[in-house]
Design a protein around this ligand. Sequence first.
Ligand SMILES: Cc1cc2nc3c(=O)[nH]c(=O)nc-3n(C[C@H](O)[C@H](O)[C@H](O)COP(=O)(O)O)c2cc1C
Length: 312
Amino acid sequence: MSFYDDPRLRVKKGKLVLKNPAISASGTFGYGLELKDIADPNWYGGLTLKGITLKPRDGNAPARLIETSGGIINSIGLQNQGIDTFVEQKVLPLKRYDTAVIANINGTYKEDYFKLAERLDDSPVDYIEINVSCPNIKGGGAVFGKQPRSVAEIVKGVRKKTSKPLILKLTPQVTDIKEIAKAGYDSGIDIYSLINTYPAMAIDVNTRKPVLGNIHGGFSGPPLKPMAIHLVWELKSATNLPIIGMGGICSWEDAVEFLLAGADAVAVGTWHFVQPSIAEDINKGIIKYMDDNGFNSLDELSGYTWRKYNEN
Ligand SMILES: Cc1cc2nc3c(=O)[nH]c(=O)nc-3n(C[C@H](O)[C@H](O)[C@H](O)COP(=O)(O)O)c2cc1C
């Protein structure tokens, strides 16, 4: 048995069923195969693919990705090939691997999400992640994710078009994450994922111009972790649905921290650019942590600290 198939790593919470809790965060692991020689797709419980839109998008003007203290700012602007060729070219080749495939759908208009869900309904995609939290596009994205009403409208419309398990990807840019989560739950969401990036920008002091072509972008990487842990804990207090936690994970210890706070699975984003093989460390580290601390299943570990402080 390989480390990524260890039965103790199995995730089984509601509609979230994965062989292990390590997921690739959308946009940071391409379409799953680009890095296959150094990061085997089989190491992952699930691969979230780069965000897809109805029509192909060229993305934002360069520069689109810059390094800053502790993390990066990206304004890729959802560059992708569009839905027409997505399933055949990007999803089917992944079906040779033993990992769940998660499509990340995006729209400028609410109807875009409905059409994408309809197109994916009879595809071999295992989950659909509704991205209402992208800060890098002019219309849609995080604009929707900040308003319970638009979240409800989008989720309801998507739910009508597909029976696939639906993941709602939440933005941290909200006053009350529970309010947004409730709108998703009431409208038929199955799983939450959080967090997406924080809006950010940088100015070159020599040219005195913004560094990013799009001026603004989304900040990600290790400094996000404490804020993300806080939001996972908050969300856990409001829901029994499964939670995929992400934001700044760069070690197995970070992954365990998310699990203790209430996540059922974890996604790695920015750290893939530093250590493409991190999923191996995460799974091996979690198994050792379980051995050393007397946990028999991921279910026991997930939400452990949250329960200690929230249940009598
Ligand atoms: C270069 C880049 C591209 C991204 N593209 C997407 C995307 O297409 N869809 C999406 O939902 N999130 C996207 N994200 C956000 C990540 O999936 C993740 O939510 C965020 O980066 C926080 O995790 P991290 O700190 O581990 O990177 C992107 C992030 C980066 C850095």
